[in-house]
Design a protein around this ligand. Structure first.
Ligand SMILES: [Zn+2]
Ligand SMILES: [Zn+2]
Ligand SMILES: [Zn+2]
Length: 186
């Protein structure tokens, strides 16, 4: 019986059957009596309400470096989607995509973070892999979807024409060790 009395005593001095503990909600700061079981389950925290609980649970976050202004920002998945994983803000995205007529135009290039390619501005809201543009300029026609451009020295950002070669998908797989295929798709 003594185990229940200390934490479970209500304001009216009635012994409750549920063990409780006086605590402060970590979100809104309200002091309240929480169920001891909830408190223990959350690693020494209890929330006053469902609302506070959902506000505090860890959610997925993305850390990005804005390709326009260089700011590092932490984004929620929703923000990340709206900014295409490239920009700190929607304002930066719009500025970046607006093209050379815009006063904040920075030359229209960025490095695609996952793939590591240089992306080159073509027209508003459209950037293309720079190595394909360089090759298309050199051969004077557009490349088909089946034609890949391989970086001879393995450096994905070295887009000098002498470093580029047109290959088929099959040839390209052969060139790159298929086991390392996912790491080096240049
Ligand atoms: Zn609360
Ligand atoms: Zn920015
Ligand atoms: Zn390659």
């Amino acid at each position: 019986m003594s185990a229940l009395i200390a934490p479970g005593l209500s304001l009216f001095g009635v012994v409750q059957m549920v063990s409780k503990i006086k605590t402060k909600c970590p979100v809104c700061g309200i002091v309240f009596m929480a169920r001891k079981s909830h408190y223990d389950r959350n690693g020494g925290k209890a929330y006053c309400s469902r609302k506070c609980y959902y506000r505090d649970i860890p959610r997925k976050r993305y850390v990005i470096t804005c390709v326009l202004c260089g700011k590092i920002r932490i984004l929620t998945p929703k923000q990340y989607g709206k900014r295409k994983g490239l920009f700190c803000s929607v304002a930066c995205r719009i500025l970046f995509q607006s093209g050379p007529d815009h006063p904040m135009w920075k030359g229209g290039q960025y490095i695609k973070s996952k793939a590591g390619y240089v992306m080159q501005y073509v027209k508003p809201k459209f950037h293309k892999r720079q190595h394909r543009i360089v090759m298309e300029d050199a051969i004077g026609r557009e490349l088909s979807e089946d034609e890949l451009v391989h970086h001879l020295n393995g450096k994905k950002q070295d887009n000098r024409i002498e470093n580029l070669q047109i290959v088929s998908k099959a040839q390209h797989i052969k060139i790159h060790d298929p086991r390392k295929w996912r790491e080096r798709t240049s």
